[in-house]
Design a protein around this ligand. Structure first.
Ligand code: GLC
Length: 413
């Protein structure tokens, strides 16, 4: 059965590959995640006092966009409004629970978008669909949905062309009529090239939703390859994941991913053609915390070496002997083999961790191969290839002492 081809905005999104997710809002001042209002049952009247101390004094849209670019990311998805109902954008009189009415006194989304534009980063707007501060959410759902659409329309009409809208919260009322036709139709009328995404949540990773949606989501999960045969529309795949165990800053959560883990997760996403949306929770005042920045930069060093095979190379059916290794095909005809757990070569007197090296076998290499070498390196590796069976074996040299890229890429050309 035929596989539909992606609309241009979906193809472009897939080539971004790697993006920064930011959860930032009033809750960031408490430092215990973005669910604190609900978890501690803080009444709206009490919670909204946090707006009086929300200065955003360290929030610099340009600096954040520069951090993302340095990290090798191409887009940023920022919480314009989270479940607490507070908006980082100017709600233009729809309510006064927004950044211009807080101590910040500014439209933070305008600053974010301007910063992204200056650094050639695509801005994407996360927007909650559920709301702990609006009584209509429980009392008069149709009225609430009209308010939600009016809110989103502000985002669609005041900030120029945006990369997408990323919704989250429909899982809170699974059986409700969310009037998705009306919401998505309104977005398309203003922003025909925006990605429209609606997170299906932890329990429903990879579920297909409304036909207008442009990507499926894998919240905190390893994405799987999507079989698109017979689908009426090509949709992208995106995995979002926290850098520790919190979306909004968890100031006492030390269970961070290491750069190694981030590299492996990014590779696992690209293996199935998925985007990796890695989350950071900025500080109370809007800065990227120190560890997160350093981790992003280290991974950025890796991305800059492997950029050419991370964006437009797509999954290839060849199979590697080692389960975590895989092959991507570049449109120019090259194949890239992502090799994990490669050892370091060195004298027996230096203490280096183990790891693999030597013969590596791949099956399903369906095209003539003249050369095998490490990407970004002129070192050729010996190989043998049987074009009839598709079996290719190459002799992987280990890392030179002083180098370890976690995942190394061999180029078959
Ligand atoms: C979950 C959480 C929400 C977070 C989202 C990010 O839906 O409820 O707080 O924003 O994941 O994917």
């Amino acid at each position: 059965m035929a596989i539909p081809s992606p609309a241009p905005h979906i193809a472009a999104f897939e080539q971004f590959g790697y993006g920064l997710f930011l959860h930032w809002g009033l809750y960031s001042q408490i430092g215990q995640g973005e669910w604190i209002m609900s978890q501690q049952r803080i009444p709206h009247a009490e919670y909204r006092k946090l707006a009086d101390t929300f200065t955003a004094e360290d929030f610099d849209g340009r600096a954040i966009a520069r951090t993302a670019r340095r990290a090798g990311m191409r887009y940023i998805t920022l919480t314009t409004r989270h479940h607490d109902g507070f908006s980082l954008y100017d709600t233009k009189g729809l309510n006064d629970f927004d950044a211009p009415h807080s101590a910040a006194g500014r439209d933070l989304i305008a600053e974010f978008v301007a910063g992204c534009r200056a650094e050639d980063i695509v801005p994407v707007f996360y927007h909650t669909t559920l709301d702990w501060s609006r009584p209509e959410f429980t009392d008069d759902f149709p009225a609430y949905l009209a308010y939600l659409r009016d809110s989103v329309e502000i985002l669609c009409t005041n900030y120029g062309e945006i990369g997408g809208l990323w919704f989250d919260g429909n899982w809170s009322k699974r059986d409700a009529d969310w009037e998705e036709d009306a919401l998505y139709g309104m977005i398309r009328s203003h922003q025909p090239n925006a990605m429209i995404i609606n997170n299906t949540g932890l329990g429903n990773c990879g579920a297909l939703g409304h036909p207008e949606l442009d990507s499926i989501t894998f919240e905190q999960g390893r994405p799987e390859a999507l079989n698109r045969e017979g689908m009426s529309k090509y949709v992208a795949v995106e995995m979002c994941q926290t850098m520790n165990g919190h979306w909004g800053i968890g100031a006492a959560d030390f269970r961070y991913q290491s750069p190694k883990e981030v590299i492996e997760n990014l590779a696992a996403c690209r293996r199935v053609g998925a985007n990796y949306l890695l989350n950071v929770g900025p500080t109370a005042s809007g800065a990227i915390p120190d560890y997160e920045r350093a981790c992003l930069e280290r991974v950025g060093d890796w991305v800059s070496r492997y950029d050419e095979c991370l964006r437009c190379a797509r999954p290839h059916p060849a199979k590697a002997q080692h389960a975590s290794d895989f092959v991507l095909a570049h449109p120019d005809g090259r194949l890239f083999v992502f090799v994990h757990d490669l050892g370091v070569q060195g004298s027996a007197d230096v203490v280096v961790r183990g790891g693999r090296g030597g013969a590596m076998a791949l099956s399903g290499i369906d095209r003539p191969i003249k050369r095998v070498r490490w990407l970004g390196n002129d070192e050729d590796m010996s190989f043998s290839h049987d074009a009839d069976t598709g079996l290719l074996v190459f002799k992987a040299t280990g890392y030179p002492y002083g180098v370890h890229h976690v995942v190394r890429v061999a180029e078959l050309s």
